[in-house]
Structure formats: C-alpha cells, structure tokens
Design a protein around this ligand. Structure first.
Ligand code: CUK
Ligand code: CUA
Length: 656
C-alpha cells in the first residue's frame, strides 16, 4: 500500500463533510480507485507513464495548440486561456477584477467596467464560461462568463480577448446559473443562487419561506454586436437556483434550471434543506415567455443596475445606471414553467447534444437521472401533473424519466458529451469521471481524478457538435500533484485522451484561481477572427495623440491633461513642469508603435493608478493627484528595446 493510497483516504474523508452515511460507500470507492494499475507506487500517474502519452501532449517550440480553452478563474474573478493539449497558459483576461498586469480597473478607460449599483466592485467569483453559438455550433465570436457574487454577466470579445461588456443583474443574489447560452446566442441566462426579498428590504430572515423570491433572468444578445440587455426576469419561488442548461435541437426554446433547498430553509444545515427526497429541475419555455412579453405582458419594476460597455474605437468604457426591469409572474403565463422532481439535491443539469435528454445530477446520489424531453412534452400535453408549487405545475417523476445511470460513483456534479453518443459525468466524492452511453445508460469506463473533480470539459461539449478528442477534469483538491509551494496551491486540471473506448489520463497541469467550468474551441475557428494590433489611425480616443508632434500639456483650472506619446524608447513630453499640489493630473498616453508586439508600460512613484500596459495604437489614462511637492520620476515597465532603461521622465510638483 503506497503513501499515495493513504493520501487518497485522507482526501476522500475530508471531502465527505458530515455525510457520514457515505462512509461505507467511500471505502468501497477507495478499493475501486486502488484497483487501477499501480506497479511503481505512482498511483497518481495511473497509466500516464505510457510512452506515447508524452507525444500526445507535446507541442513543439513554435507550433500551436489544437484547442484554446477558456477557464473560469473562480475567485480570481477573471478568465484564463490555456492551450490544449499542451496545458500552456497563454493569457489571463481580466473581467471582474482589477488587474495590475495591464492596468484594467486602474486606468480611467476601464474603471467604469467595474461599476455596479453597489459602487466600484473590483473583485468577483466567475464560474461558467460559454462560447457564443450559431445553429448550435461554436462560432468563436464571444465568450460569456458570470460574476457569481455581485450578480453580473460579462461578454469577452474573442477578436481582442478583452472584456467588452458587463451587465449587472438586479433582483438577484449569487448569479450561479450563468452564463449558458442558447443555440443561436439569443439569450444568456442568470439565475439566483440565493433567494432574497424582492424588492430588497429590511425583514426578519426567519420569514424567508414564502417571502423570499428567486429571479431567473433572460438576457438577450444582439446578433451583430453581442450587446446584452435584460429582456425579462421571471420572479420564481424562493428556492436556490443552481445551474442551468439550454435545450438544443428539438428542445431549443426551453431552458432548464436545477434547484435545491425547495424546503426554503433560511439556514442550510443539512437537517433543514435536504429533507425533501427530490428537489426540482425547472423547465422554462422561454419562447412562450418571450411571446408573452412581446405582446405587452410583464411588469416594469424599479431596479438599479449598471450596464458597462467598452468601445474598441475609443478604448474606453462607459457605465450607465439602469432604473427599471421587466418582471414576469410565471403563474400568469400558463404552460411556460414545469417542475421535474429530481432526486437528492441536484447540482448540474446538462442537455445532450441532440436535445433529447436532460441529465440531472443529484449531489447526494449515486444515480444519474436522465429526463426525456419527448416524455416531458407528452406529460405536459396530457396535463399529467403531480400537484404544484406556488401555482406552478409539478410533473410526475415516472412520467418524465428517460433512464437512470447506475453509476456506482458518489457525488455526481456535472455531465459533458463527446458527440459520439457518450456522456461523461464527474463525481466529487468518489473522485472520478464516469463514461456512459446515452440511451442504454450503461457505464462504459471510469477513471480516477486527482482529486475531487468539479466540472469536466470537452471542447464544444456544450453544443450540438462537440469536438471530442480530449476531456479535462477541473479538480478541486491539489494535494500531491505539485510540491507544496506554501499552504496555498493552485488547483489541478487533468487531460484525458477520450478518442478510444477507454479514457486515458495523459497529462496534468495547474490552473489559476478556481476553475469551475471551461469552454474550448479549435484554434482554427478562433485564430482567423482574432485581431493582432490596434490601428492608430482608427483610434478614436478623445485624448489620443495621433502624432508625436501632438504631445502637449493643457491646463483647465486645476485639471491638467498631459497628452503623452510613447515610442521606442522615449516619452514625449518627458520633463513636465507647472504642476501644483492639489492639481488633478491626467496622463493620456498613446503608444505609437507599429509592430504589434511592442507594448510600453507606465509606472510612477507613489501613484496608485499607474501600472498601465499600453498596446500599440492604444491610448490609456492614469489619474494622479499629487500631494507632495518635489520632482518625481516615471518610467516604462516593459523591456521594449536596448534603450528601455532610458525610457523615463520627471514631473515637477510645485506648492499650491
Ligand atoms: S459549480 Cu463549481 S464545481 Cu459553480 Cu459549476 Cu459545480
Ligand atoms: Cu518602453 Cu520600455
């Protein structure tokens, strides 16, 4: 028995929390895990030592990866971009967090992106990226991602890999169901993990039941520009709305949301919130609700939320405060919402590529429930209901059940598809991925993960046309994967080759923040769309210098605008005088390089908004309010030429 084996026991027990009734099953799963090949004491490698696996992940210097994966950054609030199969990290895209690396959230142009109705919020928790689709296939135009904490949805433009837009979601708390997208990118959704008083008000927490509500928001995406707008919010019973998934193919027009705590307990100690054997998957016929609101249905209610848009032309964002939102009482739209009872506190809900099956994963279950879309429609048409919840019909479990997967695993979370009729479900507690067949529900293969996988991801696995080939498991617990670089470790991802009948673990690599879900797309779709350089001629920033000769200093009262140009390796102007204590100094800095890969940086002693990285053709602004007289230096932070160290300047501050 190796040391690694003992570690696994520790992990499994530590992740069990208080579900002691799992103990027997856990022990069973440990036996199962150790049944895998382990001749050299490296249980963690589990076959990854096969000689050809190195070749499978090797991307030679100068070569490119086949897929680009966008990983949620979890509590980093950002998105990271990785190559597959190499596992190389190419980029971190700032979304909901201030990012000193390039000055996002520090420059005047990007600060408005982080404005919310609560003020400037420079951090969040991002969980679920999803790539825009056309006819159910990834089109590589935009990536959407949720802000789980202060409810928001961001759109990243995959032309520039920059955050183009952030919309706040009012009447919500914990936007966890986001940001899954319909098959023609009609809508991204938001769901509320925490039900809250709507509108927000002071009331006793113990009066939750029946009084708190959950909003499910449908955010339209403008087909040409990608611009988001909250089309309507369904004001739902006060459950916790967890994950969501759009219908596709035959089920296009529907959206499915998992719920837990249908007991509506205000404290989620197990005893309160896991009493019901079944919670619900809410099936929402959004086309019906869309029709209802287009015919004038719904009620406009006051609600403050921000809509922040970044312009590629001006390289600047604007934040607009919206004042009202259209809400819909779902009981007023008969035939729009049905609850499907789902065993054991469902977490993920995933729709098969054909749209036939809706897979619900009960966290406290060993079985997976596959609902049949056809049966669901038949039950609805036959009006075979099993009671109601707050006026919304409940379907009979047996009537909508398409099949059950006897997985033998514990703690199922999320399911992904390969486009060959197979599904892959992650199991947090038994720490494995189980491959099974849609329709026959038989288990085909299972492989351990290291350790305690959350989501898994197959390129395009969230569309009608998955690309198959690889599966990544996004693991929660790192343990022995890397040397302990202090107490805090990155999470681990594992790459499986899924081209054969059996999954093969071929590689692992660390991820940044906490990756929940990820979305990957072939480089061949993405690359032709991406933009290499901002053209200075097209730069419409109002404070840009189009020519170095336009560099100047303009005083307006106690505001000073420094129109600054930078080109290897000099700032113009580089000696700035006439500034007084109490002034507000705006450095509007334009990079005049014409080579795409020569950014310049700007940092200045004691200046909290400096630390900008300015790309060729781009203008960014740093604001400084000098408090001390003196002569203060600034310099370029990016080693841009042999004379980089000479790229510096002074600013003289005189008494007020
Ligand atoms: S959740 Cu993280 S493992 Cu937020 Cu998608 Cu299930
Ligand atoms: Cu510009 Cu160093």
């Amino acid at each position: 028995m190796s040391l690694h084996f003992l570690k696994k026991i520790t992990i499994n027990i530590s992740t069990m929390k208080k579900y002691s009734f799992y103990l027997a099953a856990i022990l069973g799963s440990i036996l199962l895990l150790t049944g895998c090949g382990n001749q050299n004491g490296k249980a963690s490698s589990d076959g990854a030592l096969a000689s050809n696996n190195a070749e499978k992940v090797y991307v030679a210097p100068g070569e490119h990866d086949e897929f680009y994966a966008f990983m949620s950054g979890g509590y980093s609030g950002n998105v990271t971009v990785y190559g597959l199969p190499s596992g190389r990290m190419f980029k971190e895209i700032p979304v909901f967090s201030q990012f000193p690396t390039n000055g996002y959230g520090y420059s005047e142009e990007t600060k408005p992106m982080l404005e919310t109705s609560f003020g400037f919020i420079p951090a969040d928790d991002s969980h679920h990226p999803d790539i825009s689709q056309t006819n159910g296939e990834l089109d590589g135009r935009w990536l959407f991602i949720n802000g789980n904490n202060t409810p928001r949805i961001a759109r990243i433009d995959l032309k520039t890999f920059e955050t183009a837009e952030i919309i706040e979601v009012p009447n919500s708390a914990g936007n966890h169901s986001s940001s899954y997208i319909t098959e023609n990118s009609e809508y991204v959704v938001a769901g509320t993990r925490f039900s809250v008083p709507i509108p927000q008000r002071d009331m006793p927490i113990k009066d939750y039941k029946g009084n708190f509500k959950g909003a499910l928001s449908f955010i339209s995406v403008e087909p040409e520009t990608g611009r988001m707008d909250i089309k309507f919010q369904l004001i739902m019973p006060g459950f916790n709305y967890d994950l969501s998934h759009p219908g596709r193919g035959k089920s296009h027009g529907w959206f499915f949301f998992t719920t837990y705590n249908t007991e509506e307990a205000n404290s989620l100690l197990e005893v309160n919130a896991s009493q019901n054997d079944k919670d619900f998957i809410a099936a929402v016929n959004w086309k019906k609700i869309e029709e209802y609101v287009e015919n004038g249905g719904g009620t406009m209610v006051p609600a403050n939320y921000t809509h922040n848009v970044y312009s590629d032309e001006t390289h600047s964002a604007t934040s607009t405060m919206k004042k009202e939102v259209l809400t819909v009482d779902p009981t007023k739209v008969p035939g729009a919402i049905f609850f499907m009872p789902t065993p054991k506190s469902p977490h993920g809900v995933d729709v098969s590529p054909s749209g036939d099956y809706i897979i619900g994963n009960g966290k406290l279950s060993a079985d997976l429930t596959a609902f049949s879309f056809d049966k669901m429609i038949a039950a609805i048409e036959g009006e075979k209901f099993d009671g109601e919840a707050y006026g919304l019909p409940i379907l009979k479990f047996e009537d909508v059940l398409g099949g059950t997967v006897k997985s033998g695993g514990l703690g199922p979370l999320h399911t992904e598809f390969d486009g060959e009729g197979n599904a892959y479900t992650t199991f947090f507690i038994s720490s494995e991925v189980v491959k099974w067949k849609l329709g026959t529900w038989e288990v085909i293969d299972r492989k351990p993960t290291f350790y305690s996988v959350g989501h898994c991801m197959i390129p395009g696995g969230n569309s009608r046309k998955p690309f198959g080939k690889y599966l990544i498991s996004l693991n929660k617990i790192t343990k022995d994967r890397y040397l302990p670089t202090g107490p805090e470790l990155e999470h681990s991802a594992q790459l499986y080759d899924i081209s054969g009948d059996k999954m093969e673990l071929i590689y692992d690599f660390p991820t940044h923040g906490e990756p929940h879900y990820a979305a990957a797309i072939p480089a061949s779709i993405l690359a032709p769309k991406s933009q290499k350089i901002y053209k200075l001629a097209e730069n419409e920033h109002p404070f840009a210098t189009k020519n170095v000769s336009e560099a100047r200093i303009v005083r307006e009262g106690n505001e000073v605008h420094v129109y600054m140009a930078m080109i290897r390796s000099h700032f113009t102007p580089d000696n700035i005088e006439g500034i007084k204590v109490g002034d507000k100094v705006y450095f509007h800095i334009t990079n005049h390089e014409q080579d795409f890969d020569v950014p310049h940086g700007f940092m200045m002693i004691g200046q909290k908004n400096s630390g900008l990285l300015i790309m060729p053709g781009q203008t960014k602004t740093s604001v400084w309010e000098p408090k001390q007289e003196g002569v203060w230096p600034f310099y370029c932070t990016d080693f841009c030429s042999a004379l980089h160290q000479e790229m510096q300047g002074y600013i003289r501050v005189s008494p007020a």
